[in-house]
Design a protein around this ligand. Sequence first.
Ligand code: SF4
Length: 378
Amino acid sequence: MHTITNDTPAETSPAIGNRQVLTYSALNTFRNCPRKYKHRYVDHIRRPQRPDALAFGSVIHGALERWYTLSPSTDPTARLFSTLDYIDGDFNNRAADPVQRHQHHLARAMFEGYAARYPKEEFEVVEVEKEFLCPIRNPDTGRVSQTFVMAGKADGIVKLNGELYLLEHKTASVLDSNYLDKLWTDTQIALYSHCLRELGYPIVGVIYNVLLKTRLQQKAGETEVEYEQRRAALAAKNKSGKSTAKRQLPETDDEFRARLADWYAKTDSGGAFHREVVFLSEDRMNLLTEEVWEVTQQYLDARRRGKWLLNTSNCFSYQRPCPYLPYCQSGFNPNVRDNLFESVAPHEELIELTSSIGTPGLAPGLTDGLDDDIDSPF
Ligand code: SF4
């Protein structure tokens, strides 16, 4: 039986029975840098979030959930209005907040464009926002871990030509071959597909539903000074020494909305919406199962010994510094920690999941009473 020793830091992530809930995010954090895992999932510290950066993607996600929860047989106008109401409700400070106002214009235009692009779907919606718990198995014995359980939430499950696919929504700023190539490396979705197979959904692939976020901005217009400077420059180039240039006025909401609608109706360069299907090979799924198991074993070892290695090759991944860089650089100075970080428990979405629905979609193997801690190397 694995025992947590006294030097093991206390963890308060949710548990199902005796099993600790692991999310893809936690697993991946540990894989990338064990020290980062400790900061986030053991010590519960994080840099304060930029709410605006996060809001847009989650509003679109919520709108898509509303859209696909409503039956396709619902009157199309009522379906769209219900979804737009949802978007309006998420930007209820838009009259006073220019960032919210901009995002509100964008979200509405994106969804109106989406509804026009997909008035009917080729696929049938089977599940929307499917929450799940699934066992982690030892790939050599097939036995279920008694220490961990994997949890997650899939955007949707759909049936196409008689086969089941995971539906994954993405908002993207750029859609090019690089972006599409990277979808193959999306371990999270492969892992979710594996979990849903454990739950009895024979997922054969993933349909990525990509919605492009335009970079269009509402034109602010010229100040009096800017206008005078531009007019003087134009006049200087003119033989008559005069210019007929008019002052550029701020773009109205209606003008901006019309420009956004044109952008979302575009069909050139692939348009603003894209569906990409990626199939999941058995080899890949087997490798994934092995990798998940290995990471949990390394995690157990780190936890038992209280050793959380710093993977410094990960400090500047994704072309930006790791949010914990100042803390690590300071040698874990408590003043740096107190000044730059906030204390927030992890797995927020799963706390909601476990408290609201108990044990959703409990996969076979979670109640079969297999041997204790078979994944523990101790
Ligand atoms: S700064 Fe580097 S070592 Fe520190 S947590 Fe981040 S990735 Fe790990």
